[in-house]
Design a protein around this ligand. Structure first.
Ligand code: 3MF
Ligand code: MG
Ligand code: MG
Length: 412
């Protein structure tokens, strides 16, 4: 192939994108409760060892592009759109007004707001720092975000505590810090109750998001399970207002089975919001788009969620790769992420209706012939052949995922 001149590269990418096929229409995409974060689309590719590879993008552009793609909901951190110095001022009101107008113009809704408590230097010692003034500032930020949430008619507020932890042990007393962290959440819930009443709206659903490491070496609430314990610890004044926003990759990062972690959240009725992405076990937060690494595991996750009636929000919390251009973010990265999600979600529906899986599952639950349960050998014999179905079910899931059952041939 000849070198591809710069001015022909977009056309090439577009042609190959069309040739790949399988795209859903924007109308179909909008039927799912899929949410697009401001920060994901505006990510410029910077990291500890990486300079940015893309130019800044405004919320106007992000919202317009999400609308074109068919992503029906938008969410944001306070400081993704409002400079830290402008938080809580009249300049904030002007920006929030512009956001409202832009959302309306493009027919998008704001699903969720979240407070950035990890990037700014003020949070160096966490939002639950020793300094009462820093904690008061953090509480002010949380309350302010709740007000913005109501202004933008959001349904959810998310809390990724970020820097709630430390690099060096000993200076921070964990129980005291957790108590202070709870005071922040309590302030947010109190503000919510007040504002919801004034506005005649429902209160927000406050969702905690755990990550086992990054940006601190040690994290005080590293997993969704730790957060479930925290919610029911007695430290929260409104535990019924607080649930979880698990993130797929954050669970993999500590070596969990994400599906099992989600099952535990479902059991506690605290699975309220879900950050969808992909990556590798026991590695850092690579934030790859959903389904690019573990499609089979993803299918299994969605089978569980569909079977429990959870149907969103599914939040595209990933980072378009540094090799993707500003144009590619909206031409390739977001549409393909959405389409992989929808394909997996629809497959999960097929799995739940699959006659082979259905029959195998009910046979397993029916068990074998009645035997004397004091006779352990008889018990083993009673279901010995039936248990082979576990592997057959797993095979069937792979068949549904990659279409093996369609009789694919390639070399023979
Ligand atoms: C970090 C994250 C965050 C949270 C966000 C919402 C930047 O790994 O996943 O995204 O999802 O702060 O609270
Ligand atoms: Mg996240
Ligand atoms: Mg993450």
């Amino acid at each position: 192939m000849n070198p591809v001149p710069a001015n022909q590269q977009q056309a090439l990418v577009e042609r190959l994108m069309t040739a790949s096929g399988g795209a859903y229409s924007p109308e179909t995409r909008r039927k799912y409760y899929i949410t697009g974060p401001q920060w994901a689309a505006a990510y410029e590719g910077q990291a500890l060892f990486h300079a940015p590879t893309r130019k800044p993008v405004t919320f106007e552009e992000v919202i317009a592009k999400y609308a074109e793609i068919g992503i029906g909901y938008w969410c944001t951190h306070d400081t993704d759109v409002i400079p830290s110095q402008d938080i809580g001022t009249e300049r904030q009101d002007v920006i929030v007004d512009r956001i409202k107008k832009t959302l309306k113009q493009h027919g998008l809704k704001c699903s969720m707001v979240t407070t950035e408590t990890f990037h700014h230097a003020v949070f160096a010692a966490s939002p639950a720092a020793e300094s009462p003034q820093v904690r008061a500032y953090a509480q002010g930020r949380l309350r302010n975000t709740v007000r913005i949430g109501h202004e933008l008619e959001a349904e959810f507020a998310v809390y990724w505590p970020g820097s709630l932890g430390y690099y060096v042990q000993g200076a921070v007393e964990e129980t005291e810090t957790l108590q202070w962290f709870a005071e922040g959440l309590n302030a947010a819930c109190d503000e919510d109750i007040k504002v919801a009443k004034q506005k005649g709206r429902s209160t927000l659903k406050h969702c905690m998001e755990a990550k086992p490491f990054e940006p601190q070496a040690e994290i005080l609430l590293p997993t969704s399970d730790a957060m479930l314990a925290f919610i029911s610890s007695g430290l929260l004044t409104h535990p019924e207002m607080v649930g979880l926003n698990p993130e797929y990759l954050h669970e993999l990062m500590w070596g969990a089975a994400p599906r099992a972690a989600l099952a535990r959240a479902l059991m506690c009725k605290k699975l309220w919001h879900f950050d969808i992405n992909d990556g590798y076990r026991l590695k850092h937060d690579v934030d790859i788009a959903v389904g690019l690494v573990n499609p089979l595991d993803w299918l299994n996750v969605l089978v569980l969620l569909r079977s429990h009636g959870f149907n969103g929000p599914f939040n595209l919390d990933y980072k378009p790769p540094r090799t993707t251009s500003n144009w590619g973010v909206f031409a390739v990265s977001f549409p393909t992420a959405v389409d992989r999600f929808i394909a997996l979600w629809e497959m999960a529906g097929e799995v739940l209706e699959d006659p082979i899986i259905k029959e195998a599952t009910s046979a397993l639950k029916a068990g074998g012939e009645t035997v004397d349960i004091k006779d352990v050998n008889a018990l083993v014999e009673a279901t010995k052949e039936l248990l082979t179905l576990h592997e057959l079910i797993a095979h069937r899931l792979v068949q549904i995922l990659i279409g093996l059952h369609r009789g694919r041939t390639f070399s023979v």
